[in-house]
Design a protein around this ligand. Structure first.
Ligand code: AHM
Ligand code: MG
Length: 335
């Protein structure tokens, strides 16, 4: 790339040249990116920044919150509440929606986020990230309610994540493919480093938490058993395995070199569809993967077609290289 293209310029061009994004959405994405820069700084400080460790509080899903979970949540809210581009926000770390206070103008967008994904990796200095999804408030609704958020992922108008790893990388889609921006710390800005990201249709790499193997259902067991059988098995090739336990890092690897990621339903809690949350984890990641040519399903249905019934709904997730995801889907269909 001969001339450096900043995120700001990229968004202005998407707005001006392609007419893909309205001005309010551009502002929203810039503000989210600014918040991610701020979170990235906190992450980088680690033990020096007094940000590690548990917060001694639980979120709505009964998970112990880390201090950085709460800090990242506050950063995103404070950055976004006053700009006039949002009606309300929802987060993994808040029980109910956060309506933009009366003292600020209300916009037409709804922002959902997992402020700090991969919380178990914070204290051990492994990649973590922020995941976000943007919806439009339905036209006919007065005020704003949780109901307004319950839209299928196919209705997202923007989605992305920022991974805080050896580099801080923001990955974004507004429905016109996937672009990646690397944080240039000297300039203090995100710089476009890859456009038209593509996930190869085939792969020899899978990501799943193998310790749960005995709890999986039949199609997932069959798929992984066949991968493990390697060259001598029905797949006729050896597979590699990676599991970072940060969805952002696992999805980033898949966007970079292909692969399949599974966090399936399992028998331990049969009434729970899965571990990951539909609206602010699975939906944005599924749209990014589809925009890069991959596929995302819960085993039986396309994730982006699922109609959410509650804000913190969970879902089984299989996403990544298209042919592998379709193979898993075919194993479910064969049941
Ligand atoms: P979190 O949002 O509380 O951090 O949980 C989500 C994370 C994902 O990033 C990751 O894929 C998964 O949980 C790892 O779970 P496990 O520890 O069961 O392997
Ligand atoms: Mg998460």
């Amino acid at each position: 790339m001969s001339q450096k293209v900043s995120l700001t310029r990229y968004l202005v061009e998407q707005q001006r040249v392609d007419g893909l994004i309205p001005a309010q959405l551009r502002l929203l994405l810039e503000v989210v990116a600014r918040a991610c820069k701020h979170i990235s700084q906190s992450v980088n400080k680690g033990a020096l920044g007094d940000i590690l460790g548990a917060a001694q509080t639980e979120n709505v899903q009964g998970e112990l919150q880390k201090r950085l979970d709460i800090i990242a949540n506050e950063v995103l809210i404070e950055a976004n509440e006053w700009g006039g581009h949002l009606a309300a926000m929802a987060s993994e770390e808040m029980d109910s929606i956060y309506v933009v206070p009366n003292r600020y103008p209300q916009g037409e967008y709804l922002l959902l986020f997992d402020p700090l994904d991969g919380s178990s990796n914070i204290d051990v200095n492994v990649s973590i990230g922020t995941i976000f999804s943007v919806l439009k408030k339905p036209d006919n609704s007065a005020g704003v309610s949780e109901q307004d958020f319950l839209q299928a992922g196919a209705r997202q108008v923007a989605a992305g994540y920022c991974v805080y790893g050896p580099q801080t990388t923001l990955v974004l889609t507004v429905g016109d493919g996937v672009a990646m921006f690397t944080l240039d710390r000297e300039q203090g800005s995100f710089v476009l480093t890859q456009e038209h990201v593509r996930v190869p249709a085939d792969t020899k790499e899978f990501a799943i938490n193998m310790s749960n193997m005995r709890h999986w259902d039949e199609p997932v067991r069959r798929y992984i058993d066949e991968c493990l059988a390697g060259q001598e098995g029905p797949r006729g090739k050896d597979f590699n395995m990676r599991w970072v336990a940060s969805m952002v890092a696992d999805v980033h690897r898949i966007l970079t070199r292909g692969g399949i990621f599974l966090y399936p339903w399992d028998k331990r809690e049969p009434n729970k569809p899965g571990k990951l949350r539909l609206m602010y984890e699975a939906n944005p990641m599924s749209w990014l993967i589809e925009q890069a040519g991959g596929a995302a399903t819960n085993g039986r249905e396309r994730i982006l077609d699922l109609q959410p019934t509650k804000l913190h709904e969970r879902v089984s997730v299989v996403l990544g290289s298209k042919n592998e995801v379709e193979r898993v889907t075919s194993y479910y269909a064969a049941l």
